[in-house]
Design a binder for this molecule. Structure first.
Ligand code: GRF
Length: 182
């Protein structure tokens, strides 16, 4: 039987689509989103991936956390894969599941949101992508994999953004394969 992973995404879903296309015959993939208008839902429909939605806006924060925890307990995925999931996970969830995340900078530099822009505006000459375990604090968990990219004087922000996403699409499936023993 294939191992099961749950990808959690809140928006665009390019990492979700890339992982599904690269690993669909090797692992059983389902999608979770808390945002019922996320574009990732359309991607999942096209790819025939089962989607679970808990609408964040319909609950108080505590209720949402409980709903999500109970859902995850029932799902029992081998691994939870955050790919642009924009809500903070409760300590109870983080402590009870194996969760990884992808982040568009070389952590611990530029945690949080808009990291590509922050790195670009800061003028760093090297930035990149990090895959890390998720712990109780945002973007601080132990690093699993990193890949760097050089920012030349001629690099525009748009070019950098494109390159970062290319790197994400290259390394996330590789990390998953390694972690799942595929
Ligand atoms: C990626 O840049 C990822 O590093 C960050 O959120 C973005 C998600 O992009 N955590 P997409 O939704 O997979 O296109």
């Amino acid at each position: 039987m294939l191992k099961k992973i749950l990808i959690m995404a809140s928006g665009n879903g390019s990492n979700f689509e890339n992982i599904v296309k690269k690993l669909e015959n090797q692992v059983d993939i389902e999608l979770f989103t808390e945002n019922k208008s996320a574009y990732v839902i359309q991607r999942a429909e096209k790819l025939k991936v089962k989607t679970h939605i808990i609408d964040f806006k319909s609950f108080s924060r505590d209720e949402y956390d409980d709903e999500l925890y109970n859902f995850l307990k029932k799902q029992t995925p081998e691994l939870i894969v955050l790919a642009g999931y924009m809500k903070i996970l409760s300590p109870k969830i983080v402590d009870n599941f194996k969760i990884i995340n992808i982040h568009p900078s070389l952590l611990p530099a530029f945690p949080g949101i808009n990291s590509i822009k922050k790195a670009y505006d800061y003028g760093v000459k090297i930035t990149g992508v990090t895959v890390h375990w998720v712990d109780r604090v945002v973007d601080t968990g132990k690093i699993i994999e990193q890949k760097s990219v050089k920012i030349e004087n001629s690099t525009t922000f748009q070019k950098l953004e494109k390159k970062i996403h290319e790197i994400e699409h290259e390394i996330y499936p590789c990390v998953l394969k390694k972690l799942l023993g595929l």
